[in-house]
Design a protein around this ligand. Structure first.
Ligand code: GTP
Length: 256
């Protein structure tokens, strides 16, 4: 079987990972590109899509709470660690499908996936060279310069921990005004303007040295505005994946 591409949707709690996974799946469906969805969140309640491979078939948050006599927070942590222990089984399940692209919906709280070992173990098992992260910038947090910079730090920590290329997106842009989207996208491509707006935000400071270090490390990257509701930006995510793996060559032709 030819190599599969793994697209990991990562972002802070409620940033829209699950709905973006579904929207991008619909987009691939429309383009007739074979793909499957993997749900890695044992605590997922109702999903807007039918997962092809689902960690909840092995354990759920409720089951963990009962078995280990812990509350929901403890169960989230145990659940995240357990995901790592079944990485190879999940990979076997995925290989049963002849899917070109595997969309991976990660657990609600991103730190459970990126900071604990499970994320690393999953990425290694699924294949690091075949992976790319779609990192979601929450639209409400991104509205202030300090919130935006904080998300740049979080996106950077996920690059650092998982060692995967990243396509940064501004999620749920349908809830923002057009000028807000423009401002946030401009911050992402013009860090000097961001720094200048940051200094205007009351009581928020970031040393110029640290800011310049972030900028010089290439950690500010132009954001793609996306919406799972309107479908905006799906083409751009697709182009981003093509760029990462095939230097812009059309995946449809390669997979065709
Ligand atoms: P957790 O895994 O629970 O942390 O959330 P998540 O990051 O997977 O986010 P999810 O897709 O569950 O979306 C959170 C909320 O935002 C839900 O109420 C969605 O209906 C809503 N939402 C997601 N995407 C969009 C979008 O593009 N536009 C709008 N308006 N709402 C969205």
């Amino acid at each position: 079987m030819e190599e599969q591409i793994f697209v990991y949707f990562i972002g802070t709690a409620g940033s829209g990972k699950t709905h973006l996974t579904k929207a991008f799946s619909d987009y691939l469906e429309f383009k007739k590109i074979g793909h499957i969805i993997v749900n890695l969140d044992p605590g997922a309640d109702e999903l807007p899509y039918e997962p092809d491979v689902d960690v909840r078939e092995r354990f759920t948050l409720e089951g963990i709470m009962e078995k280990y006599k812990v509350g929901p927070n403890g169960a989230q942590i145990i659940g995240a660690d357990l995901v790592g222990t079944i990485a190879d089984d999940l990979k076997d399940d995925i290989e049963l499908y002849d899917a070109k692209i595997v969309l991976v919906d990660t657990p609600g709280q991103m730190e459970l996936f990126t900071l604990r070992r499970s994320g690393e173990v999953i990425v290694r098992s699924f294949g690091r060279e075949n992976g790319v992260v779609v990192f979601l910038f929450d639209p409400i947090v991104s509205k202030t310069p300090s919130g935006f910079v904080s998300l740049v730090f979080m996106a950077s920590s996920s690059i650092f921990r998982l060692n995967l290329p990243q396509i940064p997106v501004l999620s749920k842009v349908d809830v923002l005004e057009e000028r807000e989207v423009e401002t946030i996208v401009r911050w992402s491509s013009d860090p000097e303007e961001l720094y200048s707006d940051l200094t205007l935000e009351s009581d928020k400071t970031l040393s110029l040295e640290l800011f310049l270090m972030l900028k010089d490390s290439g950690l500010f990257r132009p954001l793609i505005p996306v919406s799972a509701v309107t479908g905006q930006g799906m083409d751009d995510i697709y182009d981003g994946i093509q760029e990462v793996f095939y230097g812009g060559e059309d995946l449809e032709r390669i997979f065709g």
